[in-house]
Design a protein around this ligand. Structure first.
Ligand code: SF4
Ligand code: SF4
Length: 108
């Protein structure tokens, strides 16, 4: 059985680049406070094709591989992640616009 099947449930909402800031309450009635970081890519439009990453001219060490490999400034943080959405590392991005031109979906 594929363990990822468990992620597709009507009561599970996957939130990208989100961290838990605070949790209050008790079982059955929790109140969670979340902080969502901007990814610069519209997750509802991204099809995970990777065209943006192919044309991106910026390469930086890939933290996922402990810096042993390189990744682009627009990249997939984790292989086979769900949803399969790319993100922009604004610390590395030069705002050249190449990724936007290469993207096959309308305005991200
Ligand atoms: S705008 Fe940023 S992420 Fe996009 S191709 Fe240029 S450097 Fe890469
Ligand atoms: S080119 Fe557009 S649709 Fe394809 S992975 Fe990049 S952001 Fe997503």
């Amino acid at each position: 059985m594929c363990l990822r099947k468990g992620l597709f449930h009507e009561n599970i909402e996957i939130l990208l680049s989100t961290e838990l800031v605070n949790l209050e309450g008790e079982p059955g009635k929790f109140q969670a406070t979340l902080r969502q970081k901007p990814t610069m890519v519209n997750a509802s439009l991204c099809i995970g094709c990777g065209a943006c990453s192919q044309v991106c001219p910026v390469e930086v060490p890939d933290a996922f591989n402990a810096g042993l490999t390189k990744r682009k400034a627009v990249y997939l943080p984790v292989p086979h992640n769900i949803p399969n959405t790319y993100v922009v590392d604004m610390a590395a991005c030069t705002l050249c616009g190449q990724c936007e031109k290469a993207c096959p979906t309308p305005r991200h």
